[in-house]
Design a protein around this ligand. Structure first.
Ligand SMILES: NC(=O)c1ccc[n+]([C@@H]2O[C@H](COP(=O)([O-])OP(=O)(O)OC[C@H]3O[C@@H](n4cnc5c(N)ncnc54)[C@H](O)[C@@H]3O)[C@@H](O)[C@H]2O)c1
Length: 261
């Protein structure tokens, strides 16, 4: 039930959990009783968050982790095994952006972004599913984007986030019979370290029908729902959470400019 400790006894891994949306997810999961592994390249931010959560009486550990590296994933799984002997939840949240176009994206930058945003989630799913299945199943949430429903100006980012929707569905089919659910969350604009200095913030907010960005905490609530037993019959789906942007921001603008709204 909402409002209760929904994740008591569960172990959750949040990649990119040291700041931004991942931090909000780690905090929310911990407050719901989960043992949380914060897995991020950002140390000391991750260490500080795990320490703060532990001092608040929650269960949290930080591990320095690069999602692009299979050996690094093996260490995350080893930590989960040694700590609680189980993995119930994986949030593939780590992500980067390029801010460049088809013309201006260097091949190296393209490959790096795809490796972090898409291959990282693939490696994560492969790393955790055996242990999840041993304990009766689990929930994997891939953080995609509402740019996975249109053509965003950063092509590598767009391709990676569309790719995550496909990976989500493929993995959901493969692991459904093992009671491992796989879903995607597709946020719109959320102001974090990823984009805080971007010139796109103002026009994005103006275009968003609700006229604001989302908060990391609002995204975390949806991720919690998908991670918890409340969504027990949902798998292979993607959930847009973007203040109405994908629902029809372009038509809304036309309606406003022509006096219909
Ligand atoms: N902020 C937005 O507007 C927005 C919108 C849609 C989707 N998203 C997605 O949400 C997710 C979280 O982004 P955020 O907004 O919190 O940004 P953020 O930059 O604050 O957080 C991303 C985290 O990922 C970590 N990370 C980067 N590369 C890594 C790697 N190789 N291994 C492990 N960790 C790594 C970073 O250190 C950081 O802590 C990302 O996947 C992003 O693409 C963000």
């Amino acid at each position: 039930m909402a409002g209760q400790r929904e994740l008591a006894g569960k172990l959750a891994i949040v990649t990119g959990g040291a700041r931004g949306q991942g931090e909000a997810e780690a905090r929310l999961f911990a407050s719901h009783g989960a043992a949380v592994i914060i897995a991020d390249v950002l140390n000391p931010e991750g260490e500080a968050l795990a320490k703060a959560l532990s001092e608040e009486g929650h269960q949290a550990r930080f591990i320095e982790h690069d999602v692009t590296n299979p050996d690094s994933w093996a260490k995350v799984v080893d930590l989960a095994k040694a700590w609680k002997g189980r993995i119930d939840i994986l949030v593939n949240n780590a992500g980067i952006i390029n801010r460049s176009t088809v013309t201006t994206t260097e091949l190296e930058a393209w490959e790096r972004l795809i490796r972090v945003n898409l291959t990282g989630a693939f490696l994560g799913i492969r790393a955790v599913t055996d242990l999840m299945a041993e304990n009766g199943g689990g929930s994997i949430v891939n953080i995609s984007s509402n740019s996975a429903f249109s053509g965003h100006y950063d092509p590598a980012y767009t391709a990676s986030k569309w790719g995550l929707r496909g990976l989500t569905r493929s993995a959901a089919m493969e692991f459904a019979a093992k009671s491992i659910r796989v879903n995607a969350v597709c946020p719109g604009l959320v102001v974090t370290g990823l984009n805080a200095s971007s010139p796109h913030l103002k026009p994005m907010i103006e275009m968003t029908p609700m006229k604001r960005s989302g908060s990391p905490e609002e995204i975390a609530e949806l991720v919690l729902f998908l991670a918890s037993a409340r969504s027990g019959f949902i798998t292979g789906e993607d959930f847009v959470i973007d203040g109405g942007f994908t629902a029809g921001a372009a038509y809304r603008r036309v309606a406003v400019e022509t006096g219909i709204f």
